[in-house]
Design a protein around this ligand. Structure first.
Ligand code: AMP
Ligand code: MG
Length: 408
């Protein structure tokens, strides 16, 4: 058995996991199924937006050169232009048009004065402009959002909500993205029963259903293979169901207990182990391997450990499959609340709640950190990284916090 000091550090384990992973083949999907994936190809603008110079305010479209004299300047008001209308006439010197937000500027106009900076003139068709404005004032220029033919969003752009808005505004209904990862999930253990088949003396399999939710939230498509008994035959039989998937997750049976047959069954099925055991707590028994293009992650059995390792290793892998370039878990700076001690050798990822105080994020570890109970994960918002080579943290120490994707 390896000493803790010989185990793979978390960063190296993540790098070695990610080295097995590629973006999945491209598919064209309806734009509203693309959220959270990254573009698989450059997308060019097929229309110029806005299509015309238009007003950013309700007010008056003017020729800025008419306003150079001492204020107020009296102008003659021609037509009123509403959004959705086309101006009928151009501006003549000394003339202006009433204009609403989003309406196209009439020919000759080069600026807009907001209504609040005007007052009605003595005759019904005049207005007094109270301030001088320069060319372009409150004008949204044609092509400010997109110019036909230019690359609007380059390949690799993560598709969040505004990016989807840009695509929709272009009239695009289909978007090229990597297809969603298909993820097979297998639970192992004689002590487990299914949620819908409770049995005396057994505990309900929590890992597969919880991991399936986490996979779905991360953009994957989960398939639960079921619960394998602690025999080589049963684990092997259920593993067959993982054929055709991009990722296989197993939970439990990864230790060196007498009944831990998972590693042997995987090896017989053709999975090559890339590494096993990582210098982290919780999550030390994590194992990673591959069979052809299928990536395998053997997660620990303790429900909180399996969730922590999902966050540190599996989610980054899924993000890479979905085309993202930046797949490292996000990190924010924070400070510790409380006194913490541990032995050297393993990095600890403590489940914490956080509070914003005096411009900083303060992290308080949940009162239980036992990875065997889900209570040690529930209500946590971040993982506090207690580094491998540190043994003590004290109130006010600066730490790295990893925002969790677990919450409601
Ligand atoms: P193992 O890795 O097989 O030694 O399991 C570690 C611990 O996790 C044991 O207490 C198991 O009962 C528990 N465990 C394993 N798999 C599950 C599961 N799917 N749902 C809930 N608890 C589990
Ligand atoms: Mg077990």
């Amino acid at each position: 058995m390896k000493e803790d000091s010989e185990l793979l550090p978390a960063e190296e384990a993540r790098a070695r996991t990610l080295a097995l992973v590629q973006p999945l083949p491209t598919e064209w999907v309806p734009w509203d199924d693309a959220l959270g994936r990254a573009l698989a190809e450059d997308v060019r603008a097929q229309r110029t937006l806005p299509p015309w110079d238009n007003s950013a305010m309700d007010g008056y479209a003017v020729r800025s050169e008419d306003l150079t004299g001492p204020a107020p300047v009296r102008l003659r008001v021609g037509e009123t232009i509403y959004a959705g209308q086309t101006p009928r006439q151009g501006l003549v010197p000394g003339g202006c048009a009433r204009i609403m937000t989003g309406a196209p500027l009439p020919p000759g106009a080069d600026a807009v004065v907001m209504r609040e900076r005007t007052r009605p003139g003595p005759e019904a068709d005049t207005v007094d402009i109270l301030e001088a404005v320069g060319p372009g004032h409150f004008v949204r220029p044609r092509g400010e959002d997109a110019r036909e033919g230019e690359v609007l969003l380059p390949r690799g752009t993560p598709l969040g909500i505004p990016e989807l808005g840009l695509l929709v505004a272009q009239g695009r209904s289909l978007v090229p993205v990597p297809r969603r990862p298909r993820v097979a999930i297998l639970s192992t253990g004689d002590e487990l029963c299914r949620l819908d088949a409770p049995a005396e003396g057994r505990i309900v399999d929590a890992n597969a259903p919880v991991l399936a939710q986490a996979v779905r939230r991360a953009g994957g498509v989960p398939t639960v293979l079921g619960i394998a008994r602690d025999t080589l035959e049963d684990v092997s039989r259920l593993l067959e169901g993982a054929e055709g998937h991009d990722l296989l997750l197993t939970s439990a049976g990864m230790s060196v207990g007498e009944h831990d047959f998972v590693r042997e069954a995987l090896s017989r099925w053709g999975v090559r182990q890339d590494f096993w055991r990582v210098a982290i707590k919780p999550g030390k028994p994590l194992g990673v391997g591959h069979k052809g293009r299928l990536v395998y992650c053997g997660l620990p059995g303790n429900p909180t450990s399996s969730l922590v390792t999902f966050e540190l290793f599996v989610r980054p892998a899924l993000r890479r499959m979905l085309g993202h370039a930046d797949v490292e878990p996000p990190r924010v700076p924070g400070r510790v609340c409380g006194e913490l001690k541990k032995a050297l050798g393993l990095a600890h990822f403590l489940r914490v709640t956080t509070q914003w105080k005096e411009g900083e994020l303060w992290a308080s570890p949940l009162s239980t950190q036992t990875s065997g109970v889900l209570r040690s994960a529930a209500s946590a918002t971040h993982l506090l990284h207690f580094p491998r080579e540190a043994s003590r943290l004290t109130t006010g120490d600066r730490v790295e916090l990893l925002p969790l994707s677990w919450g409601a």
